[in-house]
Design a protein around this ligand. Structure first.
Ligand SMILES: [Zn+2]
Length: 422
């Protein structure tokens, strides 16, 4: 992409209503804009990051043999009344009456819909186990939306559901999913911890939360600075308790929940009568697990953990572009031509590259490049090019190296080859 033709509306000033750093930087780097409180438009750079994250999720889900579906956002309220959660969720669920007089809701989650689907399609143990997942928009009527996409009314989630004939099968799927979550968050470049958690409104027996330590996080966890062990905090008075592993004092830390996995058991299959016939021909409720990831929250959590005073520092695998070329000497024709040549070569090799060919001062280009956080900057200026050199700047460290222009392409290939694997 050439910046002169791109829609990347960066801002010099931080909008006054943004409280946390991820929200401020998302607005300033032109990733998103607020529509109304808790509702956002994703601009091209923001959507590219969402796509990178969902690509990583799909790859891991598919590798487990999990299959993608797309469930409706629009759901009949009756299903929620049947499962017993209609009253429990309360005003957080957006509901209305359609023109036929039918009470409908916009799904804040999909256990009811998927259990009802499986109830009608699965009758025998021979059809189990199966894991289905989707990546979809969910809705919540938040009383107090805040912190940008960290607590919003409309957000993208990956939700997966496992269906088994026995607890042993559930345990296996749960542990496969647990491992896949580690790989997903590692590939996204996050430092995270998995903690055993209270299942809350989802019900079921056991759950794990995947938490990212960040000051802006609204969840509290008990964390051991010494050995890294952690627990989800249930009561205030647990701060000051000793670590069960190394007996150092535990401290309370703010964290962002990016994923949550649950052993649901028969909570939904029993209330919605989703049964199958076992080997003996007996009808039994299907054993279920559910597994969620907050896609937009990953984007915010990555920024919370990867930024400096100048802007975002994207990890290579989820960066909207891997390389940005800064043609900083618009009046020196050979530099403009060399930048265009390098851009074409990288583009042909399927490298995601952004060429800053705007008619702007070098200072503006440097500032914007640091702000949007592309990990590798190739700086092409008149003076250095006259010496036959170009500069490569690593956004994370700020380190700048000079390479001969004939060797620039090889050097970029070498860096990407090393960084694009995890
Ligand atoms: Zn410890």
């Amino acid at each position: 992409m050439k910046w002169s033709q791109a829609f990347i509306p960066t801002l010099k000033e931080t909008p006054s209503d943004a409280e946390v750093i991820s929200h401020k930087l998302m607005l300033r780097a032109g990733l998103l804009r607020k529509r109304v409180s808790g509702v956002y438009t994703y601009l091209p750079l923001g959507l590219k990051i969402i796509d990178r994250v969902t690509d990583i999720i799909r790859e891991q889900m598919n590798s487990l043999g999990s299959q993608e579906v797309l469930l409706p956002a629009l759901q009949p309220a009756k299903l929620w009344k049947d499962s017993g959660r209609y009253e429990q969720i309360g005003k957080v669920m957006i509901h209305f009456v359609d023109r036929r007089g039918k009470e409908m809701v916009l799904g804040p989650t999909h256990e009811e819909v998927i259990t009802d689907l499986v109830k009608n399609e699965i009758n025998s143990y021979k059809q189990l186990p199966i894991i289905l997942y989707q990546i979809q928009t969910k809705f919540r009527d938040e009383p107090r939306p805040r912190f940008g996409v960290l607590r919003s009314c409309e957000f993208i989630m990956k939700d997966a559901y496992s269906f088994d004939k026995d607890i042993d099968g559930l345990n296996k799927n749960y542990s496969k999913m647990h491992d896949a979550y580690h790989r997903i968050f590692e590939r996204c470049g996050l430092k995270f911890i998995a903690v055993e958690a209270d299942s809350g409104i989802m019900g079921g027996e056991l759950s794990h939360e995947f938490m990212v330590l960040a000051d802006s996080g609204e969840d509290l966890i008990l964390y051991c600075q010494e050995c890294g062990s952690a627990a989800s905090q249930i009561k205030e008075d647990e701060a000051g308790r000793k670590c069960p592993r190394c007996s150092k004092r535990l401290s309370t830390k703010n964290a962002i929940e990016i994923g949550h996995i649950f052993k649901l058991g028969v909570k939904y299959s029993a209330s919605l009568s989703a049964t199958f016939l076992n080997e003996k021909g007996e009808a039994k409720p299907i054993i279920m697990g559910c597994y969620g990831i907050g896609v937009n929250r990953i984007m915010a959590a990555v920024i919370e953990q990867n930024h400096d005073k100048n802007g975002i520092i994207w990890p290579y695998l989820i960066s909207p572009y891997q390389v940005t070329i800064l043609a900083i000497d618009a009046s020196y024709q050979p530099a403009v031509e060399y930048a265009a040549l390098l851009y074409d070569r990288l583009h042909k090799e399927n490298v995601d590259v952004l060429l800053d060919d705007r008619d702007e001062r070098a200072g503006v280009k440097f500032k914007d490049a640091d702000l949007i956080g592309i990990p590798l900057q190739i700086i092409i200026g008149g003076k250095t090019l006259q010496q036959g050199m170009v500069e490569i700047k690593f956004r994370r460290t700020g380190e700048v190296i000079k390479v001969r222009k004939e060797e620039a392409l090889d050097k970029i290939r070498e860096i990407l080859k090393k960084e694009m694997v995890s």
